[in-house]
Design a protein around this ligand. Structure first.
Ligand SMILES: C[S@@+](CC[C@H](N)C(=O)[O-])C[C@H]1O[C@@H](n2cnc3c(N)ncnc32)[C@H](O)[C@@H]1O
Length: 305
């Protein structure tokens, strides 16, 4: 299948804003080339400068790329993206080109390096385990065209929170699993079984491959489904890193599908909508446990008493 790659050049501080705008348009994937961020990792000696093209390291501005299926209404979509970018009132340049999906899958690899988040070390399959990180729980990930390399604040917030809520024996549902990263992390923390659910068949395929890569096929089942509709099993923990509106939609059903004492972890909530999502969770019967904020994103944890 052919895709349209839409590339937007902006100042470093605006990459997440542009990425969020692309997610609003339901892109299948976003990649960010940000020279400032690369230099932060290089200066912290986590990554090596020689691994990145000179052109990217010396670039004055960051580039955010997103991918959309090349369908008949692609020109309308491009027009809408252009209008939304103008409304942000920030300087930008917009480029686009047709690509095949293989090129897209590979575009992630250039900038995805091993990264430590909480107790975990997320490692692309093609990289070696860095020395000094041997005591971390290693998650091998090849994100392909699915969301979830661990570098996004919404994923990192969940990875940091998980050890508090997942103990050996727990049964977990990871709704909106993307690359499967949070389901794999839950299994590594000792969950008895994890149901990893995604509505996107591409994410389901990628998550299944990552589960096999981490030798967790017996512990993680990847299911193509819309949220938890028709899902009959009661679970102890539900994780959902999706977006505010979808978490609100999921809240009443999540309450029903948790056992007493069960925990719901919601992420991907923009800060402006945190209270609205929390209100919906409380209205669904949950009690508040904790909130964490980073980079304009909120993570909410609630319990079914
Ligand atoms: C932001 S990504 C999160 C990926 C990964 N869990 C992480 O934390 O990095 C959200 C995922 O939710 C999935 N999704 C969106 N709406 C959904 C729905 N109604 N049911 C199931 N999955 C959904 C998307 O396909 C996408 O893979």
């Amino acid at each position: 299948m052919k895709y349209l790659e839409v590339a937007v050049e902006v100042e470093s501080g605006f990459t997440e804003t542009v990425a969020d705008l692309f997610w609003e348009f339901n892109t299948g994937g976003v990649s960010i080339e940000d020279p400032l961020l690369l230099w932060q990792y290089i200066n912290a000696q986590m990554w090596d400068a020689y691994e990145f093209p000179e052109k990217v390291l010396q670039a004055e501005r960051a580039t955010v790329r997103a991918y959309f299926p090349l369908t008949a209404d692609i020109h309308t979509l491009l027009g809408q993206i252009n209008e939304k970018l103008k409304a942000l009132a920030i300087p930008f340049n917009l480029y686009f080109q047709e690509i095949d999906d293989e090129a897209w899958a590979n575009s992630w690899k250039k900038y995805f390096k091993p990264i430590a988040v909480g107790e975990f070390l997320i490692k692309p399959t093609w990289e070696k385990l860095p020395s000094g990180e041997e005591n971390k729980k290693v998650i091998e990930i090849d994100p392909g065209m699915a969301f979830g390399t661990g570098t996004h604040d919404t994923t990192a917030l969940v990875l940091e929170a998980l050890p508090k809520y997942i103990a050996p024996g727990k049964v977990v549902a990871d709704v909106g699993t993307g690359s499967g990263i949070l389901a794999i992390a839950s299994a590594l923390l000792g969950a008895e079984h994890v149901y990893a659910v995604d509505i996107d068949p591409v994410a389901v395929k990628v998550a299944r491959e990552n589960v096999i890569l981490n030798r967790l096929s017996g512990k993680v089942s990847v299911i193509e489904n819309d949220l938890l509709h028709g899902f009959a099993t009661q679970v102890n923990v539900i994780i959902a890193n999706i977006i505010a509106a979808v978490i609100k939609e999921l809240a009443p059903d999540a309450f029903k599908k948790l056992t007493p004492g069960g925990i719901f972890i919601g992420s991907g909530i923009i800060l402006e909508r945190e209270q609205e999502v929390l209100d919906k969770l409380l209205e669904s019967g949950f009690t508040f446990v904790e909130r964490q904020n980073r980079g304009g994103w909120s993570l909410l944890v609630v319990r079914k008493e």
